[in-house]
Ligand binder design. Structure first.
Ligand code: GLU
Length: 482
């Protein structure tokens, strides 16, 4: 089958997590079947749509690597098609003009609700004769066009939800063309999906309730139905509809916060789908290969920022230093910490530092923050490190540490072989001799070298910095302590 799918965002807001998940599932399905992924901007709501939002959506998709094969098509440029379909339905008497004013409809609705009923258009204009309809148009009365819902039932198969059946009496004669001449969502989406020969409509479950109307339109237009795939809703951990309260909802926020696009798409893929085993880390190729509509969950998905952060951290630690280097570089450049020598003669050293830091990095900006001391001499001791390792209740403890540090730096200066073993051996011996607890001694050395209370293994840090820098920083600590 020729797979043609589309992502059809309304540019009335940012590309959010839910939209990105819909785009991703469409994209995966298209790529898996060598199909076509179409981008269609549904901008018929002129007042709420903006070019800025369109650009944000395109940027978000590009960042996630969800490239489209056709489009972006703009629905607002396709109004002629939508109107001609409306005319076609009018000509076949499958739609009719409705002259009820918004005020009248509002009043009827209020009355109905007050009397405890449920409002649904009452079919007031349904049986107007052609002649009367013409007369009213002649006299300048505004009208909308409504679809004439046939009696009976509407049924369709959804790949996730299963068979859906709705009694027609529960579907009102819905508007397809507004009195201002603009098509409604129902008309434009069906007109475009049929015109673009969409084979699978993959979208959020919030549209499930609209689908029976769309099915009626397909049938009225004698068009074959596409396969419908309604993706489960995405909730926050509190089981409420995902919103800002649960963390950033705009995809570009995650880019700003330096998340890896690959980690985000990996996480999004698992919102409502799983490959069927415990595997959580999936490359893009694996996602394309394993994605399977029949494994989409019926139950709502839960967006958990903590889990995403964890996946992001894991994804970083799985990358090689070479792969991480461009990210690290852009972070360091942004923080004015980049040294051109890291591109040339010190490249090997940079790779070593990246490898050392990456198991503790949650997001690339941590390289400049947690890892600052590896890239500059201009770093401070964390107040926490000062409190924990460089403050003393007993003067004797202070003096012992000062002596131990002094001896350590001299020993390091004189070591013939400066490696993991010799640096560790020296530190342990000196600590014992001066009766400085090893936790305190190592904590103080760590603070001296990195400014932090947590860092990679201290002897690896010493080697990564090298003898000269390590000794200088121990000297700086001595000055601080005296
Ligand atoms: N434009 C709709 C939205 O942003 C999507 C329509 C559809 O996928 O059918 O919610």
């Amino acid at each position: 089958m020729n797979v043609r799918v589309r992502f059809a965002p309304s540019p009335t807001g940012f590309l959010h997590i839910g939209g990105a998940r819909t785009a991703l599932f469409n994209w995966l399905y298209a790529r898996q079947h060598q199909g076509t992924f179409i981008l269609r901007i549904e901008d018929t709501d002129v007042e709420r749509s903006s070019q800025e939002m369109v650009e944000g959506i395109l940027e978000g998709l590009s960042w996630l690597g969800l490239d489209w094969d056709e489009g972006p098509y703009y629905q607002s440029k396709r109004l002629e098609l939508h109107r001609s379909i409306c005319d076609q339905l009018l000509a076949a008497n499958k739609a009719y003009r409705c002259f009820c004013s918004p005020q009248l409809l509002k009043q009827k609705k209020e009355e109905k609700i007050q009397s405890g009923g449920v409002w649904q258009y009452d079919g007031c204009c349904r049986e107007l004769s052609q002649a009367e309809s013409e007369d009213r148009i002649q006299s300048g009365q505004a009208f909308a066009v409504r679809f004439r819902v046939p009696s009976g039932q509407v049924a369709f198969e959804d790949a996730v939800v299963g068979r859906v059946m709705v009694e027609s009496e529960n579907i009102e004669d819905f508007v397809i063309l507004r009195s201002d001449g603009l098509p409604t969502y129902h008309l434009s989406v069906v007109a475009d999906d049929t015109d673009m020969k969409i084979s699978h409509v993959i979208r959020g479950a919030d549209h499930l309730a609209n689908t029976s109307k769309h099915v009626l339109l397909y049938q009225a237009l004698n068009q074959p139905l596409p396969s419908f795939v309604h993706l489960p809703l995405i909730l926050g951990p509190d089981k409420k509809r995902l919103s800002k309260r649960h963390g950033a909802t705009s995809v570009l926020e995650y880019r700003k916060e330096d998340f890896l696009a690959g980690a985000l798409t990996n996480y999004l893929a698992l919102l409502g789908w799983s490959p069927g085993d415990e595997q959580e880390f999936l490359s893009r190729e694996e996602l394309i290969r394993l994605f399977d509509i029949s494994r989409i969950n019926k139950t709502n998905a839960v967006f958990d920022l903590k889990k995403l952060e964890w996946m992001n951290a894991q994804s970083i630690s799985r990358l090689s230093a070479e792969e991480l280097e461009p990210k690290v570089r852009s972070v360091l450049e942004r923080e004015s910490l980049w040294d051109p020598a890291w591109e040339t003669k010190d490249r090997h050293h940079l790779m070593q530092i990246i490898d050392l830091l990456k198991p503790r990095i949650r997001k690339p900006s941590d390289f400049a923050d947690l890892g600052r001391a590896f890239f500059t001499e201009d770093f401070q001791y964390d107040p926490q490190a000062v409190k924990k390792y460089l403050s003393f209740q007993e003067p004797a403890d202070h003096d012992a540490l000062v002596e131990a540090i002094g001896e350590l730096l001299q020993t390091y200066q004189g070591l013939e072989v400066f490696d993991l073993d010799t640096t560790e051996k020296a530190l342990r011996e000196i600590g014992d001799r001066h009766a400085v607890k090893s936790g305190r001694f190592i904590g103080a050395v760590r603070a001296a070298l990195t400014g932090k209370t947590v860092a990679p293994g201290i002897f690896e840090v010493i080697l990564a910095l090298g003898r000269e820098k390590s000794v200088n920083r121990l000297n700086r600590l001595l000055e601080f302590l005296q």
